[in-house]
Design a protein around this ligand. Structure first.
Ligand SMILES: C[S@@+](CC[C@H](N)C(=O)[O-])C[C@H]1O[C@@H](n2cnc3c(N)ncnc32)[C@H](O)[C@@H]1O
Ligand code: SF4
Length: 385
């Protein structure tokens, strides 16, 4: 199955809104599967590339593994957070990869803090590639028209609740009003220009702060006229997983210390969460609504409570390093967001050489042999393919 059956609803929603893109995604997944089983560690060109534009962030969201209460970036020296992908290098990189047209995701930290963020989107769109940005949208109000004009395909905005709750979780009074006003500007501009894009996808991270009030996000999404609303289950790990991961890190000669930012107790009653989920999913909306990963009552109980959890309802192997690459602020091309393992560096190598480099092949072979590493069970990528 190239799309896990639990993700069929998500895929169908994509098929209806962006049919060409959805079909292309299905073909790329097929290629990744072929590579996984027959490539001996080599892979076809990736379906998507995430550009980690900057580590800097203008918020301090409580649950964030980078800048939150346990966040690892928060504790770095200021100098270590300064690195940013150089725009000229990025343009050359986009030129190199444009022939196979991967979907590009702009990520961070906060990608809108990257000084040439909008110019970069325009550059990518000029090469006819799909581009999506995941943003806290704190800076959106002044950029609404520019963003629509840039040709951005999908604007994924993090919203964790109605006004007071969102502002409390994200630590900035007035933020909710700024975001909703900015998104309404985007919608008005799209309407005036008769444009369908960017699609507005709301991402709500489920935490102990908001899980009892998740249904309130429906009204928020309706008010904004969003195209979709996805509730993301919380990412968290415990110290035991961090210790178990060290065995793999030793073999791979890398560090997964970024996972330390996610060491906290979820404090979520999975039965109450499951009932909320059903309440929300059993109604019809004018936009798509889903939970990710989409777990059963037992699966959810296990995910939140069992320290040695293994997903029963999704494939128990990670395909991500065959499907996508992450380019970090130092130019390193990594297979995973929370590991320092790099296949190569865009500052001194061509992407084609990096993607199937000796280090890339070695990583994929070790991962395939193990199916999963210890911390993979809480990584969203595990549930995507
Ligand atoms: C790390 S942020 C980076 C992009 C941008 N700064 C933003 O907040 O949208 C990406 C997404 O991860 C979510 N997130 C943060 N901490 C999380 C956690 N512990 N579990 C699951 N998602 C989390 C955020 O809410 C956001 O939607
Ligand atoms: S805005 Fe994004 S990166 Fe910044 S603290 Fe919040 S979740 Fe983390």
């Amino acid at each position: 199955m190239i799309i896990p059956w639990k993700n069929i609803y998500r895929f169908t929603a994509k098929l209806l809104k962006q049919p060409q893109y959805a079909i292309w995604v299905a073909l790329k997944r097929l290629q990744a599967f072929l590579s996984y089983y027959t490539g001996k560690g080599k892979s076809f060109q990736p379906e998507s590339i995430t550009l980690f534009l900057t580590e800097k962030c203008n918020l301090r969201c409580k649950m964030c593994g980078q800048w939150g209460e346990s966040g690892v970036t928060k504790n770095k020296a200021a100098g270590d957070v300064k690195a940013e992908l150089d725009f000229e290098t990025l343009k050359k990189f986009i030129d190199q990869i444009s022939y196979f047209k991967p979907s590009i995701t702009l990520f961070g930290g906060e990608p809108m803090l990257y000084p040439k963020c909008v110019e970069l989107i325009k550059y990518i769109k000029n090469k006819k590639m799909h581009v999506l940005m995941i943003t806290n949208a704190a800076l959106i109000k002044g950029k609404a028209a520019e963003l629509v004009e840039s040709g951005l395909d999908e604007l994924n905005v993090s919203l964790d609740g109605p006004r007071d709750l969102h502002d409390q979780i994200r630590g900035l009074p007035g933020l909710f009003e700024t975001i909703t006003a900015g998104l309404k500007k985007v919608q008005a501009y799209k309407k005036a220009k008769k444009l369908k894009f960017p699609l507005i996808n709301l991402q709500c991270t489920i935490t102990k702060y908001n899980y009892l009030q998740l249904e309130k996000m429906i009204e928020v999404a309706e008010d904004i006229g969003a195209n979709s609303l996805t509730y993301h289950n919380l990412i968290f790990v415990n110290q035991d997983l961090i210790e178990k991961q060290k065995v793999y890190d030793h073999q791979l000669k890398c560090s997964s210390d970024n996972w330390k930012g996610f060491v906290f107790a979820p404090e979520i009653d999975s039965d109450i969460l499951y009932d909320k989920m059903q309440l929300i999913l059993n109604r019809k909306y004018s936009f798509s609504v889903d939970f990710y990963p989409n777990l059963s009552r037992d699966g959810l109980k296990d995910y939140y409570n069992n320290p040695s959890y293994l997903p029963d309802e999704y494939p128990k192997r990670c395909l991500s390093p065959w499907v996508c690459a992450y380019v970090f602020p130092d130019g390193g091309v990594r297979p995973c967001l929370n590991s320092t393992y790099a296949f190569g560096n865009i500052n001194n190598e061509k992407f084609n050489a990096i993607w199937n480099s000796r280090k890339a092949v070695e990583y994929r072979q070790i991962l395939k042999k193990n199916k999963l590493f210890a911390t993979c069970i809480r990584c969203t990528e595990l549930y995507r393919y």
